[in-house]
Design a protein around this ligand. Structure first.
Ligand SMILES: [Zn+2]
Length: 323
């Protein structure tokens, strides 16, 4: 076997690690608890140890590692290899993660924002395969984004570009966690979808979601989509609001980088066709009529492996044999 790649997805709860061959086929994978409260030395030590464990399990040596990729939430100085701070890992402040990992694994490290990494994974090996221009959204607690333009990730002048969740779609609209008003994240993330439903029920709207709220004390996005399937009027209205917000964002992105494909990933896509059909329908209602657009709006396909596949793919892109 030739050289191998390691892809690491560093999250606040778990570190997912995959070992890949040169064609990005997965050889082995594992997941270890992050234990962020133990501090960066321990976390990065555990990460390196688990990575070397996968290499040994595959009958390989440390010197067989061609390169390593890692994705984490920002903010970070990616080209300097430093995590500036992390909301879900408070002990991580100005951590030179790239150098620390390089010292332990002896291979070059590709480092990027987790949404960019996931976008790159889908572009290389998932639903974005075969085209050169992709826009990617993750719909979770917030909304993350990534943009591939003419075969390269867009980073921006200070490496924090493609924050697609904070595009303002409704001026003076709902307050977003980022401090702006009217961001798409304030309408269409899993949390915002659930919150809009809960607010409506608390304001007295009749809905089968009231029973859910009374029983559990809160409403989730999953609850909303379950009630859409059951025909509940309020749930349908909320879900339509989510789809419309996402569709407006798609139109804005169409006119920004003209993607061939727009991809959605994250927990919300479990809603399935109800969500995808509604985004496509609203997109057709919102998009201009000057010319026919053949952009494809699809769900991502790599599922929970997106982060590790994307990190390994980025490692190969930056430090593969042709470079
Ligand atoms: Zn925002």
């Amino acid at each position: 076997m030739g050289k191998v790649y390691i892809g690491i997805d560093l999250g606040g709860t778990n570190i997912k690690i995959g070992l890949f061959d040169g064609d990005l086929h997965i050889l082995k994978k594992t997941s270890v608890p992050t234990k962020a409260d133990m501090g960066p030395d321990v976390v990065i030590g555990n990460m390196a140890e688990a990575s070397l464990g996968l290499v040994a399990d595959a009958g390989l040596k440390k010197s067989d590692i061609q390169a390593v990729g890692i994705g984490t939430p920002g903010p970070a100085a990616y080209s300097k290899g430093i995590i500036i701070k992390s909301t879900n890992m408070p002990t991580f402040k100005n951590v030179p993660i790239v150098q620390m990992l390089k010292d332990r694994l002896g291979a070059p490290i590709a480092f990027d924002n987790d949404a960019n990494v996931a976008c790159w994974g889908e572009y290389i090996a998932g639903a974005g395969k075969g085209v050169r221009d992709v826009v990617f959204f993750t719909l979770g607690t917030g909304i993350g984004g990534g943009v591939v333009c003419n075969g390269e990730l867009v980073h921006g002048c200070a490496e924090n570009g493609a924050e697609l969740g904070h595009m303002i779609i409704y001026p003076d609209g709902r307050r977003c966690n980022c401090g702006q008003r009217g961001c798409v994240e304030a309408y269409a993330s899993a949390d915002s979808t659930a919150r809009r439903a809960q607010e409506a029920v608390e304001q007295g709207r009749q809905s089968s979601l009231k029973k859910v709220l009374d029983k559990k004390g809160k409403i989730t996005a999953k609850d909303v989509y379950e009630q859409v399937a059951a025909g509940d009027e309020l749930a349908i209205e909320i879900a339509e609001g989510t789809a419309k917000a996402l569709a407006i964002t798609c139109v804005n992105m169409l006119h920004t980088t003209e993607p061939r494909r727009i991809l959605f990933s994250g927990g919300m896509i479990a809603a399935g066709d109800i969500l995808l059909e509604a985004i496509n329908r609203h997109f057709q209602q919102q998009v201009w009529t000057l010319k026919k657009e053949d952009v494809e709006i699809r769900f991502a396909t790599l599922g929970e492996d997106t982060g590790i596949v994307g990190a390994a793919a980025l490692a190969r892109h930056n430090y593969g044999p042709s470079k």
